[in-house]
Ligand binder design. Structure first.
Ligand code: SAM
Length: 245
């Protein structure tokens, strides 16, 4: 397991100062639609992500229980988190869902011979089925979406788990309400300027605070919701489906 490194107030203040400056610098940069964003960056993508979250990718399998057989990975991309999962659970059956066919193509190349079913779809629209998976995972994909939209998705994830199953999320969290509001205002402004409607996904980060994340998982029905790890703006959360539900 990784050791948490929580930010000090001073570090959060510096982070917010840098974020405000970065958002200002992006004022005239055109907004990018989600799948197109990742397709355009496929070649450099894995290096950048492993550089930013290398230790979390290497350790993610530690947050799963022994005996894991089936996993739903939403927003699986090229599958960086699956390297550790297959190392610990070589026979794991993975269902991976992603909007980008380019990312899924790379995932397929990365894991020859593994038991993986890939679905090229929007995870908000795609039915996950009921009581099918031992566990579900999302890694760095849900920080683009607002509270209400995530709530519906978490409810769907809850139902997709078998009773006693659990969900693990490693994602970007806001350091406080000010960051959450600033990022949402940034997204709204980009939509206004570009005329892109709410129905189209933009690649703009809108992380929620940890209290909002925990509230969401509990509202969706998850039990024993907890933060397992924090490192700056990255957190690993876990919630469980009760054995009786
Ligand atoms: C930053 S990447 C993370 C990929 C992988 N989990 C990892 O950590 O390397 C985010 C991924 O989420 C996918 N994604 C974003 N919104 C999605 C949606 N609504 N439905 C399915 N996939 C989505 C993107 O296409 C992209 O591959």
């Amino acid at each position: 397991m990784l050791v948490s490194k929580k930010r000090t107030e001073e570090e959060k203040n510096k982070y917010m100062q840098d974020l405000r400056a970065w958002i200002e610098s992006q004022k005239d940069v055109p907004a990018e639609e989600m799948a197109g964003f990742f397709a355009a960056r496929l070649e450099g993508y894995e290096g950048v992500h492993l550089g930013n979250w290398g230790e979390e990718y290497r350790a993610i399998a530690d947050y799963f229980d022994d005996g894991l057989e089936s996993l739903l990975d939403i927003g699986c991309g090229t599958g960086l988190e699956l390297t550790a999962m297959f190392k610990r659970f070589p026979e794991l059956q993975v269902t991976g869902i992603d909007l980008s066919s380019h990312m899924l193509g790379r995932l397929r190349e990365n894991f020859p011979g593994k038991n993986i079913a890939l679905v090229n779809a929007d995870y908000f629209q795609h039915p996950f089925g009921e009581s099918l998976f031992d566990a579900a995972l999302s890694f760095e994909t849900l920080h683009h979406f607002p509270f209400e939209k995530k709530l519906g998705l978490y409810k769907k994830l809850y139902k997709a788990l078998r009773p006693g199953g659990y969900y693990v999320e490693c994602d970007y969290v806001a350091c406080g309400p000010e960051e959450e509001a600033l990022c949402q205002a940034h997204l709204a402004e980009k939509r206004r300027k570009s005329g892109i409607p709410d129905s189209q996904f933009l690649h703009i980060d809108t992380p929620l605070t940890l209290p909002h994340q925990l509230e969401l998982l509990e509202k969706a029905g998850f039990a024993n919701v907890r933060v397992l790890y924090e490192n700056g703006s990255t957190a690993i959360l876990r919630g469980e489906r009760s054995k009786k539900s």
